[in-house]
Design a protein around this ligand. Structure first.
Ligand SMILES: Cc1cc2nc3c(=O)[nH]c(=O)nc-3n(C[C@H](O)[C@H](O)[C@H](O)COP(=O)(O)OP(=O)(O)OC[C@H]3O[C@@H](n4cnc5c(N)ncnc54)[C@H](O)[C@@H]3O)c2cc1C
Length: 470
């Protein structure tokens, strides 16, 4: 990539900030990353990323993009203890009450805790020419003497007696996560409030690392999705250190997972396949049970503002955050980094803001609609359901049922969920025929082994429903 400018500043060193910095390092002489947290101990969760204590799956599309951005990263992760899984034989999915067929796949999955993955990416970014980290420092506002252009950021070190400082920049990228303040900063510069879409899902998480006993089921990932009538899910993921991370999650309204050891296990037992439940019951706990609450899917529509200052971009959860149950966030951060790279390559800094927000909105549309539609398939989640979304959700329920007896359908579904293929891949004649052949949705099919509690019809959906406009 050619040189675009002198100085870029990235706010936040989570996955989205690190990926943006990786891309910017090829285009700006200096890239400064401002991060509130002190440098973390290797492999340890940190305060600014509390979700790091919970299971984090990287979708195949995210894995593909990471490989391109950081050649050899997977091998470094494996050297650091990450688990290599063959998804065709070592991943087990139950969606909408249907145990999906195992799907022949040629790729491997490299599984790690969020801290290990983030740490490996951070090391790679740190080693890039021109990249500087400023830790223990809050971004507190934008510098824009002329509100039409952002020319830097105001920062405050987390040291008693510090005063505000200004960091000049040709480009500022906000990657400070869900609580990002760009919207407020823009309003204080006289811009209209950006439209937002929000679906109030209210999901509660509880997680604990465990060591399974010898002779446990060989699966390296067991995922049971939520669905209408049973808005709960679980994931048991093999990670570094001969550990599994057990995460359970449910809608706050009546399905919040307990955080006492017995209640936590009992909740898991209501979801896991029986052999997995037995293994987890006999497992050695390796840490505390951590809880997390996620209030809403939230998408900021900056591309819809008539006016927006040059020199400012937003990425990651700061732009759009999804119900974590669908494991899309890190992959979407990868997609956004890819969009940024393409925008810089195409025309450098010229009209970058407008081009970026438009292109990134297109990239976000599919994962956002998938997450929102899946959330709206649960009656407990407030929001308008159009006839189109009801139809699509019913259709996806049938595809899930078909995927429980037909590996080809399961393969197509897994590729769509993994963000490798667009949802239209589920409209191909072979999938339509298989879905139509399914008896009424909700019925378990011959050859499936749904757990009694997981026999509701659909969970992972595609659709076009809009969130609530704010
Ligand atoms: C419980 C849970 C489970 C999840 N599971 C998955 C999963 O399985 N798969 C998946 O792909 N995604 C998952 N996600 C989503 C994923 O964690 C995020 O979408 C992804 O990491 C991108 O986050 P981010 O970098 O935009 O923000 P964050 O990870 O929130 O990082 C923001 C960074 O900015 C820093 N910061 C904040 N404010 C300031 C400031 N003012 N100044 C300086 N620094 C600041 C923070 O310290 C932090 O380092 C999950 C999320 C949750 C909550």
């Amino acid at each position: 990539m050619g040189r675009v400018g002198e100085r870029a500043v990235v706010l936040g060193a989570g996955m989205a900030g690190l990926l943006a910095a990786r891309v910017l390092a090829g285009a700006y002489d200096q890239v400064t990353i401002v991060e509130r947290d002190e440098p973390p101990e290797p492999g340890r969760p940190r305060k600014g990323v509390p979700q790091g204590r919970h299971a984090h799956m990287l979708m195949p599309r995210g894995q593909e993009i990471l490989r391109g951005l950081f050649p050899g990263l997977e091998d470094e992760l494996i050297d650091a203890g990450a688990v290599v899984a063959d998804p065709s034989t070592e991943h087990r999915f139950n969606l909408g009450g249907h145990a999906l067929c195992r799907v022949p796949r040629s790729d491997r999955a490299v599984q790690a805790s969020r801290p290990l993955l983030e740490g490996a990416v951070r090391e790679r970014v740190q080693a890039l020419d021109g990249v500087v980290f400023v830790h223990g420092c809050d971004a507190v506002g934008l510098v824009a003497p002329d509100p039409r252009r952002v020319t830097g950021v105001r920062i405050m070190r987390r040291v008693p007696g510090s005063a505000e400082e200004e960091l000049p920049a040709d480009l500022v990228v906000d990657a400070t996560g869900r609580a990002a303040r760009t919207r407020l900063w823009l309003e204080s510069l006289g811009y209209d409030p950006a439209p937002r879409e929000e679906i109030e899902v209210g999901v509660a998480y509880a997680s604990r690392p465990v060591r399974l006993p010898l002779g446990s089921p060989p699966d390296k990932a067991v995922v049971v999705g939520p669905g209408p009538g049973r808005p709960r899910g679980m994931a048991l993921i093999a990670i570094e250190g001969d550990r599994h991370l057990l995460t359970v999650a449910g809608l706050d309204k009546g399905h919040r997972p307990p955080t006492d050891p017995e209640g936590f296990l009992a909740y898991m037992e209501g979801l896991a396949p029986p052999d997995v439940a037995r293994a987890v019951r006999a497992a050695e706990p390796l840490g505390e049970i951590s809880a997390h609450r996620y209030p809403s899917d939230l998408r900021h529509r900056y591309e819809r503002l008539r006016r927006f200052p040059a020199g400012l971009l937003v990425t990651g959860d700061a732009l759009c955050s999804f119900n974590p149950i669908y494991a899309q966030g890190m992959t979407v951060a990868c997609l956004e980094a890819q969009v940024l790279a393409r925008c810089l390559e195409a025309s450098g800094a010229r009209d970058l803001t407008r081009r970026y927000f438009r292109a990134v909105a297109r990239a976000l549309d599919v994962p956002w609609r998938m997450a929102v539609a899946a959330d709206l398939s649960m009656p407990e989640v407030p929001g308008r359901r159009s006839p189109a979304i009801r139809l699509l959700n019913a259709y996806v329920g049938r595809v899930q049922a078909a995927a429980a007896r037909d590996p080809e359908i399961a393969g197509r579904l897994v590729r769509v969920i993994g963000l490798l293929d667009p949802p239209t891949a589920l409209m191909r004649p072979s999938v339509l025929a298989a879905a139509c052949a399914v008896r009424r949705t909700g019925e378990a099919l011959p050859g499936t082994t749904p757990h009694p509690e997981t026999a509701s019809d659909h969970h992972f959906t595609v659709g076009t429903e809009q969130g609530v406009q704010r």
